[in-house]
Design a protein around this ligand. Structure first.
Ligand SMILES: O=C([S-])c1cc(C(=O)S)c[n+]([C@@H]2O[C@H](COP(=O)(O)O)[C@@H](O)[C@H]2O)c1
Ligand code: NI
Length: 385
């Protein structure tokens, strides 16, 4: 699984995100071509190599011709610019979703509606270019998952079109409040997370925390404008995770008055209707009653049906449930040729190794066909793989 990990140690802004993501691309020509074709006039893109505290990275800057008065833009104007851009559909959707977050936050802060909110800095040409650029790069790199560190912001006050505002700036705070972003403030007396940066990470990150175990393939460094006492850089890692993080629902109920027939029946029904697994655990319940715990492992989409089956087919009057994370290895069904016939096997990859395990039903059929005992076929299978 291809992943991107954003290390927002010095926060995140639109131009830092573009700088870091650009460094992860083997070819950048396509990016310039798309950017040149954007329906925005009087702005020039500058891409250069710069250093922050000895770390070199890419500095992406949009220089706008100050002499040309920019129109006051509303969300609908920005959506039109994005719609008219000659860029892939997925990049358009992502760019609009990022702007939507900014518009929602600005509307809340300035007590207006999403339609009426008009952007100053945040809707200026450079933000539009930054957001479309990030959307293009994410679409190009096409990761299966995106993770982020805890997002660091600074403290104090900064000056913008509104005047002097506190850090985290109000729009950034609102974006944090309306998303899953995990943030903290660090001892840097300025803004580290711009509203554009906050909306980007809120939109693209699947979760926040330390970097998960991965094979690191490439690092991209994006340079921030200000010189700080810490390196003002965004580090994005491109890596490979062998396991596929996943989530399942675990439903559980303890029953002391259900027959074995009822339990067997409900298990069969649930397995038939989409449960990933159903199992029973013998337990001792209140009043010294031997009983069973029914555990159902299911996807969220099947949970409602599992609940119906449980209440219809057992004597339980309630259940507990929780979401749990799973790690599963990538798997593939393969044919393994034995002298006696073909057996299906499950091939899984872990780190640099592959393992093949026989599929029981396939081994059983061959055992019944050939009358060779199952355990003997199992040994022969192991010799072939
Ligand atoms: O333009 C507006 S309305 C604006 C609002 C806010 C609020 O927090 S409200 C903040 N800012 C500041 O503008 C610059 C540019 O932000 P980008 O996201 O476009 O990089 C930044 O310093 C914001 O704090 C502008
Ligand atoms: Ni504002």
């Amino acid at each position: 699984m291809k992943v991107l990990y954003f290390d927002c140690m010095s926060g995140i802004s639109g131009n830092m995100a573009i700088g870091a993501l650009l460094e992860l691309c083997d070819d950048q020509k396509w990016f310039y071509e798309y950017m040149q074709a954007l329906p925005l006039s009087n702005c020039t893109i500058h891409i250069s190599k710069e250093m922050r505290k000895g770390i070199s990275g890419t500095y992406f800057d949009v220089v706008v011709d100050e002499e040309v008065v920019q129109p006051e833009r509303h969300l609908s104007d920005i959506y039109t610019i994005i719609e008219d851009a000659q860029i892939p559909e997925h990049a358009k959707m992502l760019a609009k979703a990022i702007f939507y977050r900014i518009a929602k936050a600005e509307a809340k802060v300035h007590n207006t509606t999403m339609e009426d909110v008009h952007f100053h800095e945040v809707g200026a040409v450079d933000s539009i270019v930054d957001i479309i650029g990030v959307a293009l790069l994410i679409d190009y790199l096409h990761p299966d998952a995106i993770y982020s560190s805890v997002v660091n912001d600074g403290y104090g006050f900064v000056e913008c079109a509104h005047g002097i505002i506190p850090v985290p700036v109000p729009a950034t705070s609102e974006i944090f409040a309306s998303s899953d972003v995990i943030m903290r403030q660090i001892d840097i007396n300025t803004e580290l997370v711009t509203p554009t940066g906050a909306a980007i990470i809120a939109q693209i990150a699947d979760s926040y925390g330390p970097m998960p175990a991965m094979k690191v393939n490439k690092i991209g460094w994006g340079i921030g404008t200000k010189q700080l006492k810490i390196p003002n850089v965004l580090k994005v890692t491109l890596g490979e995770i062998a396991q596929h993080p996943d989530e399942v629902i675990i439903m559980e109920s303890n029953v002391d008055d259900c027959t074995g027939e009822m339990l067997g029946f409900v298990m069969e029904k649930m397995m038939h209707e989409g449960a990933r697994d159903v199992f029973f655990t013998p337990i001792f319940m209140k009043k010294n009653r031997p009983a069973y715990r029914i555990t159902v492992v299911t996807d969220e989409e099947h949970m409602k049906r599992m609940e119906e089956l449980l209440f219809l087919n057992t004597t339980t009057i309630g259940f507990r449930y929780r979401k749990e994370k799973r790690h599963v290895l990538n798997r593939q069904i393969v044919d393994v040729k034995l002298p006696e016939g073909v057996v299906k096997g499950k091939k899984v990859d872990f780190e640099q190794e592959s393992y093949i395990y026989p599929e029981y039903e396939s081994l059983k059929s061959l055992s019944e066909e050939t009358r060779i005992p199952l355990k003997e076929l199992y040994k022969r299978f192991q010799r072939e793989v």
